[in-house]
Design a protein around this ligand. Structure first.
Ligand SMILES: [Zn+2]
Ligand SMILES: [Zn+2]
Length: 475
């Protein structure tokens, strides 16, 4: 029996799926099974459906040992529950959820009658051991690499996973009905380039834009035209006259009445039509009122200049296995008039398990992040320290040109579309791309995690999901 209103989804780290494929899919054509320990996250209200949502993230993989398999064929597998009990114990100790995964070698991408008959016993065992609120995930991996899954609430009730996302150098979506959607006439010309499934994939994704200035507004304007349908906007600022040179969708009238940036962009997106559903949040991304919406997102575009906001997204990408496409534009000029261009760099950095983080790349300054937090939480003390030169202060506004902010937004969306659709071919994902506008040159920049980086240098927190405090951020 299925339950209503609550929905659930799963994100699998690509490195985990690769191990699972190796273990579960064999030439001998016999089914195999494994456990996935999962972190989890509760979204009390998904902004787009108004319903609660539970998200799971692959955290660790444990194959069912060969010597515990009682019988197996190309149609079934049964195994002793010893390793299941050990896995339940570890899940309880670490606050994780257990997922069973087994292969369907024939390619049958549905749960079989045998699965329906066997799994309630495992649910019973899990709830007897770890408590009656224990849920259990069950997944099937077919030999042609399709994934289907369900969440057992109790022995009688389960719900299908709305979306399974494999996150890595590529981003692959699995959901019921994939490839069966009716293509829209609006996206017909795009489908001629990218195929029909992309439209359906993009409509499945919940996308957050953090920071709605030059790069953020450009990103927002393009997403609906690509086929994205669910967009959340996060920015606490209002439109000022000095933004009008690069804020797409903003008018003089918006600056005159000091309209919030998120409201202006939401208005423009709604006017586009195209079935887009926008959720604006006029808050700083770290504020509690943004938390549910942030956690509901599948993809984040990081378009903020603030270091504290970037610091948060930098962790979020790894804890929640949710790719963040962080953007920046740095124009360096001489003090002469007209200024001489010394550097003009547009940057897109992808944050995701397996990629090097913004701290290790030297892009975020923890000192500036600390000063920003002080300014937000205790403005009087911040002003006092600024007067005594204990904090850096903001300095002069940095140069910004709409051509380049817009170009950086395009680079970021392009990277996401490649990861989803693969138009550049194999091994062409770029973790950090810097466009040197003044040199007409693109560079791919590699970097290694710093030793002991708590974010990207160890797998300990990848896929951990909700913990207290949020993202282990103290203060
Ligand atoms: Zn089965
Ligand atoms: Zn790092």
């Amino acid at each position: 029996m299925k339950t209503s209103s609550l929905t659930a989804s799963l994100k699998i780290q690509e490195r985990h799926l690769n191990r699972l494929k190796e273990f579960l899919i064999h030439q001998d054509g016999v089914e195999r099974a494994a456990y996935i320990l999962c972190g989890q996250s509760s979204v009390s209200l998904d902004p787009w459906t108004g319903h609660p949502h539970r998200k799971f993230f692959s955290y660790d993989i444990l194959p069912v040992p060969e010597d515990e398999v009682l019988s197996s064929s190309d149609q079934h597998i049964t195994w002793k529950t010893d390793s299941f009990v050990r896995t339940l114990k570890r899940a309880q100790e670490q606050g994780l959820t257990v997922a069973l995964i087994h292969s369907h070698i024939g390619g049958f991408a549905e749960f079989s009658d045998q699965d329906d008959a066997n799994e309630p016993d495992l649910v019973e065992l899990a709830q007897n051991r770890n408590g009656e609120n224990t849920s259990l995930l069950s997944l099937i991996l077919t030999s042609d690499e399709k994934l289907v899954g369900r969440l057992w609430i109790n022995q009688q009730q389960w719900l299908p996973l709305r979306l399974i996302t494999v996150v890595g150098e590529s981003i692959r979506l699995h959901y019921p009905g994939r490839g069966l959607g009716q293509p829209s006439s609006i996206l017909q010309r795009q489908a001629l380039a990218f195929g029909r499934v992309l439209e359906q994939d993009l409509a499945m994704l919940r996308v957050g834009i953090v920071g709605c200035g030059g790069t953020g507004s450009a990103t927002a304007m393009l997403l609906p035209k690509m086929g994205f349908r669910r967009i959340a906007l996060f920015d606490k600022d209002i439109v000022e006259e000095s933004n009008l040179n690069r804020l797409h969708g903003a008018t003089q009238a918006d600056a005159d009445v000091k309209r919030p940036k998120v409201e202006v962009i939401a208005r423009s997106l709604t006017e586009l039509g195209l079935g887009v559903q926008v959720q604006p949040y006029q808050s700083w991304i770290g504020d509690p009122e943004c938390r549910d919406a942030l956690k509901a997102c599948d993809i984040i575009f990081g378009c903020t200049d603030d270091h504290a906001g970037r610091l948060l997204l930098n962790r979020y990408a790894y804890y929640y296995v949710t790719p963040v496409f962080d953007m920046g534009l740095a124009i360096e000029v001489s003090s002469s008039e007209p200024p001489e261009i010394k550097a003009m760099d547009g940057r897109v950095t992808v944050l995701s398990p397996g990629h090097t983080c913004l701290l290790c790349r030297g892009i975020i300054s923890p000192v500036i992040a600390r000063d920003e937090a002080l300014k937000r939480n205790n403005p009087t003390e911040y002003e006092r320290r600024k007067a005594e030169a204990y904090v850096l202060g903001e300095g002069n506004p940095s140069p910004a040109v709409v051509l380049f902010t817009t170009d950086v937004a395009i680079m970021a969306i392009e990277e996401l579309v490649h990861r989803l659709q693969g138009f550049r071919g194999e091994n062409s994902a770029v973790a950090q791309r810097v466009r040197k506008f003044h040199l007409m040159e693109d560079r791919r920049q590699g970097a290694n995690p710093a030793p002991y980086c708590p974010v990207c240098g160890s797998v300990e927190h990848w896929g951990r999901g909700d913990i207290d405090p949020f993202l282990n951020l103290v203060g």
